[in-house]
Design a binder for this molecule. Structure first.
Ligand code: KIV
Ligand code: ZN
Length: 510
């Protein structure tokens, strides 16, 4: 019989720690709702002690999707952090407190500067305190893969006796290799079963050596009952184990692993695209499962084989992961139903009827102007509409612009709207984009530094569409802005304004 593996998604906590992947409250809720449709078992919604904004986001997620999905958030082994987690998740039906504390010599000696016994006691006290608040407590032995085994086991034994209900074994720095990590999990599992068979054994792998998926699967083979992953493998440095890869590894090779999950794999590509759009971080084209080319066969030999029988070169179908052609070209005549379907297919919620009506009217205006409306148009329509709704019209919108490019004095004139206020100015720069960004900086009065500017072309439909991605730095934090338009100067201006609006939204919640 197939063993059920519990899937814990940490895109909104470990994934969101990536510089520039900062999400606002609304975007986090959008992702949490899609994770619920994907049917993950547990969502780690954030690190509530880190900021008021994070606390509020975790609380909102617990309220909005915590009816069927278990909600957790991260705490260091200190009372203040544990209280923040409890207060933010307590409205969920099945809340879980997640405590992390290092077990490797390097963590104990360098991070805490305390004796090993004292650090272990900190963990035990933290678990005992968390248990006074909630029955379910996960304990993560940070840097477990570089820890002395007997100290690691001693810690696990002590925190289980203190009441921990899940033990998570992280390969925090992505140092482990599959055989060794599998063996570690085997040894822990062997002892844990005797100590308390009800405690769930979990793993959390990072991808520094490109082995996070392999290490996670090896751990499952060796007894892990729960896995921690992120969508698109997002996460610190080289990222975390990619949820879509681990899940399809288990599904396609069920004969080898003998395990299954509750994941609705048909939602994988949609979830991946939503996370990529909202974080502004592209998925590499040849990424397993969700990359644009994951199901594209270009060589003649392969195409010939596929025409004879798909199984010749296909180990899973695009339909299984939701990668079949998802795009429907909309026009002003498509109607509410088709538009709603397109919005929902991207993972957005349409249950607020008044909000949907406003959105539909904006769609009609766009469809009148553009005639053919593509997925990327719909995506920007929805995200811009929701971002503006959130800021209660205190965010910047582009009213009009003029850019003159020449070799002497490239000049930009820009008119912005912020609520009822109209702001206009001009500036020169080293080039047209520099002039444009210089005048926007002056108009908004924020000293932001442009860190990265990327432009790609999306050649669909009659017009070649330019997609601009920017990253800006403000007060040492990185923010992302994205926009698409047939006019690349306009896309550049809107992407920059979207980055500035992200700063404003961040400031209102943190
Ligand atoms: O990588 C890590 O060790 C973590 C823990 C909080 C589980 O993210
Ligand atoms: Zn991690």
């Amino acid at each position: 019989m197939s063993r059920n593996i519990i899937v814990f998604d940490t895109t909104l906590r470990d994934g969101e720690q990536v510089p520039g992947a900062k999400l606002n409250l609304h975007q986090k809720i959008e992702i949490a709702q899609q994770l619920k449709r994907l049917q993950v078992d547990i969502i780690e919604a954030g690190f509530p002690a880190s900021s008021l904004g994070d606390f509020q986001a975790v609380q909102e997620i617990a309220r909005s999707v915590g009816d069927t999905v278990s909600i957790t958030a991260l705490a260091r082994a200190v009372k203040g952090d544990i209280d923040a987690v409890y207060e933010s998740i307590k409205l969920a039906q099945n809340p879980l407190i997640h405590i992390v504390l290092g077990t490797s010599n390097i963590h104990v000696e360098k991070k805490f500067n305390r004796s090993k016994d004292a650090v272990m006691q900190m963990g035990v006290d933290a678990v005992k305190y968390a248990k006074t608040l909630l029955p379910n407590v996960q304990y993560s032995t940070e840097d477990a893969s570089r820890s002395d085994f007997e100290y690691l086991w001693g810690t696990i034994e002590a925190v289980v006796k203190a009441g921990a209900t899940m033990i998570n074994v992280p390969d925090t720095v992505g140092y482990a290799v599959p055989e060794e990590f599998g063996h570690l999990i085997y040894r822990i599992n062997d002892r844990l079963k005797n100590l308390n068979p009800d405690v769930i054994l979990s793993v959390h792998c990072h991808n520094d050596l490109g082995m996070a998926t392999a290490n996670t699967l090896s751990a499952i083979k060796n007894g892990a009952q729960k896995i921690e992953c992120t969508i698109n493998g997002l996460g610190e440095r080289a990222g975390n184990a990619s949820l879509e890869e681990v899940i399809m590894g288990l599904k396609v090779r069920e004969n080898f692993y003998g395990c299954s999950t509750n994941i609705n794999t048909k939602e994988l590509v949609r979830t991946s695209r939503l996370v990529s759009h909202l974080t502004g971080l592209d998925v590499q084209v040849n990424k397993a499962i969700t990359g644009e080319n994951a199901f594209a066969h270009s060589s003649g030999i392969h195409q010939d084989g596929l025409l004879k029988d798909k199984q010749v070169y296909e180990i899973m179908t695009p339909e299984e992961v939701g990668a079949e052609s998802m795009e429907l070209i909309l026009t002003a005549r498509s109607g509410r139903h088709a538009f709603k379907n397109a919005v929902e297919k991207m993972g957005f919620d349409t249950s607020d009827a008044a909000d949907f009506e406003q959105l539909f009217n904006k769609f009609l205006t766009l469809a009148d102007a553009k005639k053919e409306v593509y997925d990327h148009d719909v995506f920007y329509l929805v995200t811009n509409h929701r971002t503006l709704a959130q800021g209660e019209h205190q965010l910047y919108e582009l009213e009009s612009f003029q850019v003159v490019s020449n070799e002497l004095h490239p000049t930009a004139t820009v008119r912005l709207r912020k609520g009822d206020e109209i702001l206009t100015d001009s500036s020169v720069g080293d080039g047209p984009i520099d002039a444009l960004y210089s005048v926007i900086r002056t108009l908004v009065g924020l000293d932001v530094e442009l860190k990265d500017y990327k432009i790609n072309s999306l050649s669909r439909g009659k017009d070649a569409v330019g997609r601009v991605n920017i990253r800006i730095v403000y007060q040492e934090k990185v923010y992302t802005g994205r926009a698409m338009d047939t006019d690349i100067i306009k896309a550049s201006a809107i992407a920059f304004l979207n980055g500035i609006n992200a700063i404003l939204l961040d400031a209102t919640v943190s």
